[in-house]
Ligand binder design. Structure first.
Ligand SMILES: [Zn+2]
Length: 194
């Protein structure tokens, strides 16, 4: 969902999380974890989306809107995708305030960290993840390859455990979104499985 030049369906939104955790310092590897509640990723587990409510003003807004940590979807669009058989989508309540009358209802999509990158796309030498906080000291590769055995069959959208900013959607999700005309604001990229 990167690199969309002229979004047609997303409104412009200006949101921020209300609750922040203070930085948590790992005594083992010296990493500092912190930031918005929903961004905390320790040992590959994210707190459920919506544990920090989102406040802000939003204008316009049709289908999808995202940041790497937050994917918002109109309730209508979410329900249509679900009705078309897209699996494992869960919308969480947000507290967005809109300037317009009759604003759309936006839900934050819960995206669980489930799939993994295949070792073939990772650097050859990878230090062991920190034993205390689980931090992995390598960057997300340009060309991701998914480890086929790690793909959860029951979820049509999820994040990668290794790189939680990577949002993965199944073929069914992509096809359905295209069929319903929701794909304009999303640049889907095909990822190889191995
Ligand atoms: Zn650590």
């Amino acid at each position: 969902m990167e690199g969309v030049q002229e979004p047609r369906y997303s409104g412009s939104h200006n949101v921020e999380r209300r609750w922040f955790l203070p930085g948590v310092h790992c005594p083992q590897c010296d990493a500092v974890w912190g930031g918005p509640l929903g961004c905390l990723s320790l040992r590959g587990s994210l707190p459920p989306a919506g544990s920090g409510e989102i406040h802000g003003s939003a204008r316009g807004g049709l289908c999808f809107l995202y940041s790497s940590w937050m994917l918002l979807m109109r309730r209508e669009a979410l329900e249509r995708l679900q009705a078309e058989g897209v699996q494992g989508l869960k919308g969480c309540h947000t507290e967005l305030r809109f300037r317009q009358k009759n604003p759309p209802e936006l839900l934050e999509l819960e995206l669980l960290p489930r799939g993994q990158a295949h070792p073939d796309c990772l650097p050859e030498y990878r230090p062991e993840p920190c034993t205390k906080c689980g931090r992995k000291g390598w960057k997300r590769p340009e060309e991701l390859i998914l480890r086929a055995s790690s793909v959860p069959p029951e979820l049509d959208a999820f994040r990668l455990e290794d790189f939680p900013t990577a949002i993965i959607a199944s073929e069914r999700f992509v096809e359905t979104a295209r069929r319903l005309g929701y794909e304009q604001d999303i640049a889907f990229r095909v990822l190889p499985l191995r």
